[in-house]
Design a protein around this ligand. Sequence first.
Ligand code: ZN
Length: 174
Amino acid sequence: MTEENAIYYCLQCGTNKFKSVRANQFFCESCGFTYFQNIASSVAAIIECRNQILTCVREYDPCKGMMGLPGGFVDREESAELALKREIFEEVRIAVSEMHYVGSFPNVYQYKGVEYHTLDLFFSLRLKEKPQITIGDEIAAIEWIPREEITYEQFAFESMKKGLRRYLNGRSKA
Ligand SMILES: [Zn+2]
């Protein structure tokens, strides 16, 4: 179901007079209740070692089997930097310190019939040596791909394609 033809029910009075009045904002014409469905923040890591990028095969939907980057949603009361460190550790079990901001790109994340609008923040990290990687949560496999062989179409989300493109076009080789 797309947002345009969806029927929404008011969280307060339960009538179907709950309308999407502008981006992120819902208003109930029956009881006056207002609700802001704000975007979520997420983070992703572009980890480079010897001109290769660490990519992950997604274990679960959305986009099961497609390429991804270590990362995920930012928790409440968490910084983007801490979220990135936490997600990297949860997914590939490596501890990282220094990171560089690459840029942010909006994304739409479909999960069980619900569209979540996100803002994805990309950070890059360079490692001198390839770490021992243990596959953790939400990852089916990992692969180090030479930066010249990255094909954007393999990646799950539009934001990832843009983040990778900005990083690979904008920075010298490691
Ligand atoms: Zn209402």
